[in-house]
Design a protein. Structure first.
Length: 406
C-alpha cells in the first residue's frame, strides 16, 4: 500500500517540470488524497541532503497554478549518484561513502514508497539503480519516471515532455533576433539552439519559425522582405556540414539578400571542434556526466567565425535561445501530453508498476510504463523525414550526407 510519495526534478530545465509536478499532485489529490507527498529540493542533491518540501493542503488546493509557470518550483541540479568523486568535491557525501547506498538509505529513512523522477535518461536510469539497490536489500520502492528533455532524444519515447513548447519558444526568440538582420550591412546571424547529439529541436524550431513567416504580410518595396527574414541554413548533428559548399551557397544569398541567418544545433560539428581543441593541447571542459560543456566550448561562435570569413560578413550576431526556451511555461499541446502522462504515472505508482511513462515507439506508440532497462538517451533526429527534407529544399539547402554516429 502506498503511503508516501516523493517527487524530484533533475537535469536541465524543460517547459514541463512545474506542470508535471502540478499534474502529479492533482491526480493524487483526486484519487488517493490520503497519500502523503513530499518534493526533494534540487533533485538528487536534496535527496542526499534530506532537504524536501511537504505538499500540504494549501499546495494541493492550488496545484493548478503550477501549470502556468516554467522552471521548477522545487529546483533542479545535475547530480550523478555514481560519480562519488564529484559528490565528495561538492560536499554532498563524505569520502568513502557509496552515494547510491546513502541515497537509498535516505529514502528508507524518509519512509518513501514511490519516487517520481521528472528528468532525462540519466535521471530516470539513476532512479532505477536506486530501486534495484533497495529491492536487493529487501525494501520495495516503486519508481515511476516522466521523460523531460527539450531535445526529444529519449529512446524509445515518441515525444518528450516540454519539447513542443521549446520549439515554439525558440521560434518566438528568433522572431526578435532575426529582426536585427539589417542593423548593419552584410549581417550574419547564428541562432544557436540546444541539442547536444540530437537535432530535433533545431529542426522543429526552424519549422515553427518558418510557419510564422508564412503567416505574415510583407512589404518588400520598403525593405520588409520575407527573403531577408527567412532561415537560410539549418545544421544538425545528424548531417555533415560541408562548410566550403555551404559558404559558396550562402555567399550568393548574402550578395542578393544582404544578410544570412543560420539555425545551428549546438552539437552540430562538435566532434570537429573538440578535435581541434585537443590538437591544440586545450583541455575540453566536461560536466559530471562526462558531457562536453557546450556553453564553454561555444559552437555558435566557432561556426560564426568559420562562416563570417567566407561570407565577408561585416557584422556577426550569435544568439542562443536555450535558456529562453527551456524555462518557458508549457504550451497547450504539452499541457495535454503532461496530463495524459501524469495521470498514468499516478495510476501505475498506486499499482506498484515501475517504469518511465511515454508513448512507446517500439510498441505502436502506446502510452505505457516503459521498463527502465529500455530507456536510453541520445536518440538521433531522423533527417529523412519528409517535413525536414521539404524545409531544406524550400530554403535551397542541399540535403546533407548522414554524419558519423557519435
Amino acid at each position: 500500500m502506498v503511503k508516501k510519495v516523493a517527487i524530484l526534478t533533475a537535469g536541465g530545465f524543460a517547459p514541463c517540470l512545474s506542470s508535471a509536478i502540478g499534474g502529479l499532485i492533482e491526480r493524487y489529490t483526486e484519487i488517493a488524497p490520503e497519500v502523503e507527498i513530499i518534493a526533494y529540493r534540487h533533485g538528487y542533491q536534496g535527496l542526499l541532503q534530506g532537504d524536501f518540501l511537504v505538499v500540504d493542503d494549501t499546495v494541493r488546493k492550488n496545484a493548478a497554478l503550477l501549470h502556468k509557470f516554467g522552471g521548477s518550483p522545487v529546483g533542479n541540479s545535475r547530480v550523478k549518484l555514481t560519480n562519488a568523486k564529484d559528490l565528495v568535491k561538492r560536499g554532498l557525501v563524505q569520502e568513502g561513502v557509496n552515494p547510491l547506498e546513502f541515497a537509498a538509505n535516505r529514502l528508507v529513512e524518509d519512509g518513501v514508497d514511490v519516487l517520481h523522477t521528472i528528468g532525462g535518461d540519466d535521471t530516470n536510469t539513476t532512479a532505477a539503480d536506486l530501486a534495484k539497490y533497495l529491492h536487493d536489500n529487501d525494501y520495495e520502492l516503486t519508481v515511476v519516471g516522466l521523460p523531460k528533455t527539450i531535445d526529444n532524444d529519449v529512446i524509445p519515447i515518441k515525444q518528450s515532455l516540454g519539447a513542443w513548447t521549446a520549439a515554439e519558444q525558440g521560434s518566438i526568440f528568433a522572431q526578435n533576433v532575426v529582426a536585427e538582420h539589417n542593423s548593419g550591412s552584410r549581417m550574419l546571424i547564428v541562432h544557436e539552439v540546444m541539442g547536444r547529439h540530437c537535432g530535433w529541436l533545431t529542426a522543429a524550431t526552424a519549422q515553427k519559425y518558418r510557419e510564422w513567416l508564412d503567416e505574415q504580410e510583407w512589404l518588400p518595396e520598403i525593405g520588409l522582405s520575407k527573403e531577408a527574414w527567412d532561415v537560410h541554413g539549418v545544421y544538425v548533428p545528424e548531417g555533415e556540414i560541408n562548410i566550403a559548399a555551404e559558404s559558396e551557397r550562402l555567399n550568393k544569398i548574402m550578395d542578393e539578400v544582404g544578410n544570412v541567418t543560420i539555425f545551428l544545433s549546438e552539437g552540430a560539428g562538435l566532434d570537429s571542434i573538440v578535435a581541434e581543441m585537443e590538437a591544440q593541447g586545450e583541455e575540453v571542459p566536461r560536466d559530471p556526466f562526462g558531457h562536453v560543456r557546450l556553453n564553454e566550448v561555444n559552437p555558435g561562435a566557432w561556426f560564426g567565425d568559420q562562416f563570417a570569413k567566407k561570407l565577408n560578413a561585416e557584422k556577426v550576431l550569435i544568439q542562443k535561445s536555450g535558456y529562453f526556451s527551456r524555462s518557458a511555461a508549457a504550451n497547450d499541446a504539452d499541457l495535454a501530453l503532461i496530463k495524459e502522462c501524469t495521470d498514468l504515472a499516478v495510476d501505475k505508482a498506486l499499482a506498484s508498476e515501475p517504469g518511465v511513462i511515454g508513448h512507446d515507439e517500439e510498441n505502436g506508440d502506446v502510452l505505457s510504463a516503459i521498463a527502465f532497462d529500455r530507456i536510453k538517451g541520445g536518440k538521433a533526429f531522423d533527417i529523412n523525414q519528409d517535413w525536414y527534407k521539404k524545409m531544406l529544399a524550400d530554403i535551397g539547402q542541399e540535403f546533407p550526407k548522414p554524419a558519423q554516429a557519435h
